[in-house]
Design a protein around this ligand. Structure first.
Ligand SMILES: NC(=O)c1ccc[n+]([C@@H]2O[C@H](COP(=O)([O-])OP(=O)(O)OC[C@H]3O[C@@H](n4cnc5c(N)ncnc54)[C@H](OP(=O)(O)O)[C@@H]3O)[C@@H](O)[C@H]2O)c1
Length: 378
């Protein structure tokens, strides 16, 4: 078979960028060549030997480069770089959920008008093929609800806290183990999970939610006693992200620490893993796996890189449904639904959960009387 060469420029050569370089293989008659990588600091040692540059134009404006992989993070200047690469007709693959959640409609619109592939599988669920499942597999059956553990850092912390570690001790351990970033704010406050939920909701419900208008609550330094009492009652805590669409097309979306029965598969999602359920007319599909990590995330990026070449050859559809900027927002309503029912203890204790110091009512709030309140999922 005659091999052709596709040339790749990496924007970023950190955890994910280096893993992308390590996983480079020829495939489908194409030899992939990583030409150069953008970094902030040329002198930092890397695990791979790739020419490095401090100038993004050496990648975005290089006519020899066919594919740009954006793995820098943050919204800016990633948005500008992605737009510019698409305008040059290059395929762009990104793992950046922040830029996709905030600028997805604009970026996808640009990719469509320039007929340039924009792949973002790695932006949700690390190595899990969850966006593929929504885009290419569950196409003829309406999705009603997506729910799950979307952030491995907070899940790792909740598992450690359930074993008695205070939040800040668990966070220190997570940072040492590489499960938490030096600045963990977006994870701890639930913003990271909310951004992923926006991307999932787009593919499931065909519209874009504003990530700043979701109900989002993050982790708190709850005392170990709270976790022990939950365990005694056959319950546990997860940072649960849920988006659902009702019969009138109204979407509710929220990310909140939620009390869950220990028997639920959501409670079996341990450590830095992710688990995502997709409820459809055809039943509920469940995907679980490594939601982060360089190699897992690079696996999703390579899947998109290879598909970008099939797209260029006319063998594969665009990675997003047709989108035109300005027509894409979904009506968003914040309501609790039946199973977020309030389980309040007090004069008439709940049969399920009769601990007077735990009231299960949304939303989570600071305790004024030593009582924590949580939504409940069953
Ligand atoms: N790590 C994961 O497990 C994971 C999983 C899923 C998705 N993601 C997403 O993947 C992306 C990359 O994550 P990462 O963990 O690989 O981050 P990282 O280790 O911090 O690497 C970021 C890279 O981008 C470069 N960079 C950042 N800002 C730059 C700028 N303004 N100009 C030039 N270079 C810049 C950095 O250069 P220097 O090395 O010189 O500082 C570094 O090489 C993020 O969007 C993240 O959310 C990560």
């Amino acid at each position: 078979m005659n091999m052709r060469t596709a040339r790749i420029g990496l924007l970023g050569l950190g955890t994910v960028g280096q893993a992308v370089a390590q996983l480079n293989r020829s495939a489908d008659g194409i030899a992939f060549q990583i030409v150069r990588a953008l970094v902030r600091d040329i002198k930092v040692p890397r695990s791979v030997t790739i020419p490095r540059t401090l100038d993004p134009a050496e990648i975005i404006d290089d006519p020899e480069i066919d594919i740009v992989v954006e793995v820098t993070g943050r919204r800016h200047p990633a948005r500008r770089w992605i737009l510019s690469a698409l305008e040059h007709g290059k395929a762009v693959i990104t793992a950046n959920k922040e830029v996709m959640a905030y600028h997805g409609p604009e970026l996808l619109h640009a990719s469509q008008i320039h007929h340039a592939y924009l792949g973002f599988e790695a932006s949700v669920g690390g190595g899990m093929p969850v966006l593929d499942a929504l885009r290419y597999h569950l196409t003829n059956t309406p999705v009603h609800e997506i729910y799950g553990v979307l952030n491995g850092t907070t899940n790792y912390l909740l598992c450690a806290m359930a074993e008695g570690q205070p939040l800040f001790h668990a966070l220190h351990n997570a940072q040492q183990a590489g499960y938490a970033e030096a600045d963990p704010t977006a994870d701890l406050k639930g913003y990271d999970a909310a951004r992923k939920l926006v991307i999932l909701a787009f593919l499931a419900f065909d519209g874009w939610l504003d990530p700043d208008h979701l109900t989002v609550t993050g982790l708190h330094d709850w005392p170990p006693e709270l976790f022990f009492r939950l365990q005694d009652a056959g319950l546990g805590l997860r940072l649960l992200a849920v988006a659902r669409k009702d019969h009138n097309g109204v979407v509710t979306a929220q990310v909140r620490p939620t009390v869950i029965p220990a028997t639920s598969r959501l409670m079996q999602v341990m450590g830095a893993q992710n688990g995502i359920g997709i409820s459809t007319d055809a039943g509920c599909f469940w995907i679980e796996g490594p939601g982060a990590g360089g190699m897992a995330t690079a696996t999703s990026i390579w899947s998109d890189i290879r598909r970008s070449q099939l797209f260029a050859d006319g063998f594969f559809p665009h990675p997003a449904p047709h989108i035109s900027a300005g027509e894409v927002s979904l009506p968003l309503l914040e309501i609790a639904r039946d199973r977020d029912r309030s389980l309040t203890t007090g004069p008439q204790p709940s049969q399920r959960f009769a601990d007077p110091s735990l009231r299960l009512v949304p939303p989570l709030s600071e305790p004024s009387d030593g009582t924590w309140t949580f939504p409940f999922w069953e």
